[in-house]
Design a protein around this ligand. Structure first.
Ligand SMILES: *[C@@H]1O[C@H](CO)[C@@H](O)[C@H](O)[C@H]1NC(C)=O
Length: 587
């Protein structure tokens, strides 16, 4: 961040006649946003000026396949250039074919001037698709405010028919205009308020908000009423003598108090998932807040760099929650748990990236991640994420690793009674994801569109709201799911509550299929695998994040155990926020 501030303050100021560099970035099919190639992979020619070498500035840039090359155009600050030919393309057969292929696939290219992106189209075909034309004249209009560049417009002119064995001159001109746009606001023209602040967006937020209020009300009312009734029933039964009670028909959640603290099956994976979920949640929260404070979209790759940095920095969170949960469940192989917890997400992301990289290399796409970058990412995993995770795990095991459950676990597991089909964990899991998905899917549309089409996402306030809404809805839904499950005298609540929230991800992934086929025009193996690969990663991460709310739902298990005092009902609210707090009060 200090570096970006410095760049903004010093580097982007020009004196008169100072050199202004036009960087060529990528070229690729318009409909496949992520399928990009180096600009000079098409046989464009380079201007007369000597090249200026460029290195990747940030990790995020490198990972996103930003590969800037100098255009060779001579541009100096505030100096007009009349139409000038900068080079000629000797159009032989292969070069012509390359251009024709690009034009047929609607290729367009991207350039940068002073960090401002500029897009231009490669060429055009006539109606019957037989003749192909190349745009040869780049008309640049640059707006300046004081000694800074604040606006760039590109107009493509000079349509030339592609005929083999001809010489095509490429030309450019530069016009400078005084502009009133403030330097801080120069990215505003790339934003699309009529899309992102559309009534539908506001409406959907409002709608989800209403749903949250309704849901919270419903959950607390149902729980309060049912629990009060349950308490009344249990206390009446307690007054009966033992003989009567043995014969009485006890049922409901109280029956499973001896089993609810039984460790979940596969505690190692379970606690790793929960730890990772806590981490993803904190990363999302911090990144969204940072994005709200600072306009991260104004710099290439800074969003991704920030996310990686925050992810590495929040590793102790993962270790703490994963490690303590594992210790509470009586796990002994804590080192193994730590490794799995630490590398679960990185391995998933890197595995997908690796797979897509193969295809990218096959296609010679600029998205192929350079080897140096891969090494850097591995180093971050081993030398930052792992040690920080270790710190977190040790803290978690020592500070909250004691299984301080209020009652003992029965030696023999209780048999799980037969129940109705809709009380089966699998069904509860499937149904659980519907409401959380319903509360976020409009936002998903906006996020997808900004990532897969050419919109810059900037309404992070909305995203924050949706995250909060998602949080609350997930908590409510899992509380209800767990209550139903325990009431059916099924004590296997850990995985059920985790998965009932995590199943949101399945719905999101299904939605991404819909989005792919009806909202985009992507095609080709590369873009398709890129799309579905990263959508899978995104959905899984989202699922793990949602599932993590297990912690906040410990309320039911507390309720299950504790006595029949009415005051407990108030404790429910508190323990919703922290179960530790709850124990402190009742002791
Ligand atoms: C670029 O185009 C926009 C819209 O046509 C115009 O408002 C702006 O003044 C142009 N900027 C320059 C530098 O010509």
């Amino acid at each position: 961040l200090p570096l970006s501030l410095m760049t903004a303050l010093f580097l982007l100021q020009y004196t008169d006649k100072e050199e202004v560099v036009l960087w060529m970035n990528t070229v690729g099919p318009y409909h496949n946003r992520q399928e990009t190639y180096k600009y000079f992979s098409l046989p464009f020619c380079v201007g007369t000026k000597k090249t200026i070498s460029h290195y990747h500035e940030t990790l995020g840039e490198a990972l996103q396949g930003v590969e800037l090359e100098f255009s060779g155009l001579d541009i100096t600050f505030k100096e007009e250039v009349m139409q000038t030919t900068y080079c000629d393309i000797e159009l032989d057969k292969p070069k012509r074919d390359a251009f024709v292929y690009a034009i047929k696939n609607h290729y367009w290219y991207q350039m940068y001037i002073d960090d401002l992106p500029i897009w231009g189209i490669v060429g055009e075909a006539d109606e019957n698709g037989e003749d192909h034309y190349l745009w040869t004249y780049k008309k640049l209009e640059i707006g300046y405010n004081g000694n800074r560049i604040v606006d760039v417009n590109l107009t493509s002119e000079g349509k030339v028919k592609l005929v083999p064995n001809t010489r095509i001159p490429m030309s450019y001109s530069v016009k400078w205009k005084k502009s009133d746009v403030k330097f801080e606001d120069r990215f505003d023209k790339y934003l699309d308020p009529s899309f992102f602040q559309h009534r539908i967006h506001w409406f959907s937020i409002f709608n989800s908000f209403m749903m949250v209020i309704f849901l919270v009300g419903l959950v607390s009312m149902i729980l309060m009423r049912t629990l009060r009734k349950d308490y009344a029933r249990y206390s009446k039964e307690e007054e009966m003598d033992d003989m009567d009670r043995d014969l009485g028909d006890e049922y409901g959640w109280k029956q499973v108090h001896g089993d609810v603290f039984r460790p979940s099956s596969h505690p190692l994976i379970f606690s790793s998932l929960v730890g990772s979920g806590c981490q993803i949640f904190s990363v999302s929260l911090i990144v969204i807040i940072l994005a709200m404070i600072e306009d991260l979209y104004t710099e290439r790759g800074s969003m991704l760099s920030t996310a990686i940095f925050v992810y590495a920095a929040t590793s102790p969170v993962n270790g703490y929650f994963g490690g303590s949960l594992y210790a509470k469940q009586g796990g002994r192989r804590w080192i193994k748990q730590m490794f799995i917890g630490a590398f679960l997400i990185p391995a998933m992301v890197c595995g997908t990236a690796f797979f897509i990289n193969f295809i990218a290399i096959y296609y010679h796409a600029s998205r192929a991640i350079p080897f140096g970058t891969m090494v850097a990412v591995c180093c971050i995993c081993f030398f930052v994420i792992l040690p920080l995770n270790l710190v977190g795990t040790i803290l978690g095991r020592n500070l909250s690793g004691q299984p301080n459950f209020p009652c003992r676990v029965n030696a023999v597991p209780r048999p799980i009674p037969e129940k109705k089909w809709f009380m089966e964990p699998a069904v509860i899991v499937c149904l659980g994801g519907i409401l959380p998905f319903g509360s976020i899917f409009i936002e998903m549309y906006f996020i997808f569109t900004s990532f897969w089409a050419y919109k810059i996402y900037y309404v992070y306030g909305f995203m924050m709201l949706v995250l909060v809404i998602l949080c609350i809805v997930t908590v409510c839904v899992t509380i209800v799911c767990t209550y139903f499950l325990l009431n059916a005298e099924d004590y296997r609540w850990q995985w059920t509550s985790f998965l009932s929230a995590a199943s949101t991800a399945v719905y999101v992934y299904m939605y991404s299929f819909y989005y792919y086929f009806f909202k985009t025009k992507m095609y080709g193996l590369f873009q398709t695998s890129f799309y579905f690969g990263y959508m899978a990663v995104f959905s899984t991460a989202l699922g793990i994040m949602c599932g993590e709310y297990k912690k906040t739902k410990s309320l039911l298990r507390d309720v299950t155990i504790h006595s029949t005092h009415d005051s407990i009902r108030f404790m429910i609210l508190i323990s919703r926020f922290d179960s530790q707090f709850f124990f402190f009060f009742t002791k």
